[in-house]
Structure formats: structure tokens, C-alpha cells
Design a protein around this ligand. Structure first.
Ligand code: ZN
Length: 280
């Protein structure tokens, strides 16, 4: 009888015959925590619960990437193809002077670039896995906790913020109003030519408890008209619900000025508004 039976031998015997995959040692090693490697492993097998995978399993959801808001969410887009996430990979490439192939997770992990230093190779492997893990955590925070990494962090990584039409970016946060006050947050936008507008409204009480929300397509509307419509439709809703002591929050300075000074209202809105009494 052979007395050299080890746990490893027993485990391999139970596991049966299996082929070693080329990325095995890139993920499962001593310099990458298993919890982080696990996310990359699931990505490799396309087993992460991204929205495209949830759809395949029968979930009826409207899918959109939480970073760029331009494409449906899939593993490939979320981790490699998204323009916003691309800035992270660019940052890594610049910092390490390496070229990364972002066409697939396989090509990303099994890099063809020759790295002579073992330490640099370990650093690259762990940086890639850590970035994938961080993207997944940030995605979950955005989708489920409504938490966003701060602008300071984005700047640290050199992530380009959309500043084309902005002279400065100000970080803002949502805060509840005083006791008994209901806060109405509204927004409106329009797109296309001729412009088609939509509005959205969220109601929360002073304890930040979600009371309700509605969104509506308002048809032909310029961006400014959409902002006004959002504000007025939410006030109409508040009036129909007999809500007292409401606080309106909008990101449109024109709307705020119009409500305060009672002028500057687009004539089409002014004519069809049912809530002019709010502005008197
Ligand atoms: Zn995206």
C-alpha cells in the first residue's frame, strides 16, 4: 500500500480528469485575493448577472450601461468597451507603458506583450483583476445603492468628465427637507429634430422615504419647455394628491427664475399651463 496519499492527490482523484486552462495561474495565485479573482473568473465564463444575462434568464428590464448611458449593459461593454471605463484602461496603459488588448477578457489576461520582470508581470495581472473588480463594485453601487464614486476619484484616474458645455463642475448631493415637507425632484429633456420631450418626477418625504415617481412623454417640446413641463406637471400632480408643504427641486435655473420673478416662461407653456396659480 502506498503511504504517500495527500489531500492534493485525493482532491485530484475526486475531481477527475480536467484540462488546465491558460489563464489559470493569472487568476488563482498568491498575489490576488480570491474574492477579486472570482469576479474575473465569472466574467471569463460570462456568468456575471449583467443585464443582458438577466434578460436571457427571462427578466424583463430596460438595460442601459450605468457608466456611459449609451449602450445596453453586457459584460463585454461594461468591462472593456464602455467609453468611460476605457479611460481606466488608458490610465493603466499609460502608467505601465503597456499595450492592452481590450477585445476580450481572454486577450486581456493572456497578454502577448513580453514582460521580462516577474514583479511587473504580477503587478499588471493584479492591476487588471483589481480594475475588473472595482468596475463591478462601482456598477453595483450605482445600480443598487445610488452611490457614485466622487469626482475627485474620477479625476485621480484621469477619467474625462463631460465638460463641453460646462464652465465648471459642482458636486451636489440630495438632502431631505425639514419635517413634514415633501420634496419633489423633477427633470425634463428633449431629443431629436423635431424635438421630442420627456419628463420625470420623484417624490420623497422628509425621512427620504420614496413616495412615488412618474415619467411621461410630452411630445413636441424644446429642452427648456421640457424643464418647465416637468416642474408644472409635478405641481399639478401634487395639487391633485392634495399635498401640502411641498419643496420643488429642479436643475433648471430658468425655471427657478421664472417661478421667482414670474417671467421668462416660454409662451407655449404659459398658454397651456393649468398651474398658473402657483406662479401668481
Ligand atoms: Zn457604457
Amino acid at each position: 500500500m502506498d503511504c504517500n496519499l495527500t489531500n492534493k492527490l485525493a482532491f485530484n482523484f475526486m475531481l477527475g480528469q480536467s484540462q488546465e486552462v491558460p489563464w489559470h495561474k493569472l487568476l488563482w495565485n498568491t498575489y490576488i485575493p480570491p474574492s477579486m479573482a472570482f469576479i474575473s473568473w465569472r466574467f471569463l465564463h460570462n456568468k456575471l448577472p449583467t443585464e443582458d444575462n438577466l434578460k436571457k434568464r427571462g427578466c424583463i428590464i430596460v438595460s442601459i450601461c450605468c457608466f456611459c448611458k449609451k449602450s445596453e449593459e453586457s459584460s463585454l461593454h461594461l468591462f472593456l468597451r464602455c467609453a468611460i471605463i476605457g479611460q481606466l484602461w488608458l490610465w493603466l496603459m499609460k502608467g505601465t507603458d503597456q499595450i492592452l488588448d481590450l477585445s476580450s477578457i481572454n486577450s486581456l489576461l493572456l497578454r502577448s506583450t513580453v514582460i521580462n520582470s516577474k514583479m511587473v508581470k504580477y503587478l499588471m495581472d493584479s492591476a487588471i483583476v483589481h480594475i475588473i473588480w472595482s468596475i463591478w463594485i462601482e456598477r453595483n453601487n450605482r445600480c443598487f445603492s445610488n452611490k457614485y464614486c466622487s469626482i475627485k476619484v474620477a479625476r485621480l484616474f484621469g477619467i474625462a468628465l463631460k465638460t463641453r458645455r460646462l464652465t465648471h463642475i459642482q458636486e451636489v448631493s440630495w438632502t431631505p427637507r425639514h419635517s413634514g415637507c415633501i420634496k419633489l425632484n423633477c427633470d425634463g429633456s428633449s431629443f431629436g429634430s423635431p424635438p421630442c420631450g420627456s419628463i420625470g418626477v420623484v417624490l420623497r418625504n422628509s425621512s427620504s422615504v420614496f413616495l412615488g415617481a412618474f415619467a411621461q412623454n410630452i411630445g413636441y417640446a424644446t429642452p427648456l419647455e421640457a424643464e418647465f413641463s416637468a416642474c408644472m406637471l409635478e405641481l399639478e400632480k401634487a395639487a391633485s394628491l392634495h399635498l401640502q408643504n411641498v419643496w420643488v427641486e429642479t436643475d433648471s435655473l430658468r425655471v427657478v427664475k421664472a417661478f421667482n420673478k414670474q417671467d421668462g416662461v416660454p409662451w407655449r407653456i404659459d398658454k397651456c399651463s393649468k398651474v398658473t396659480y402657483f406662479m401668481c
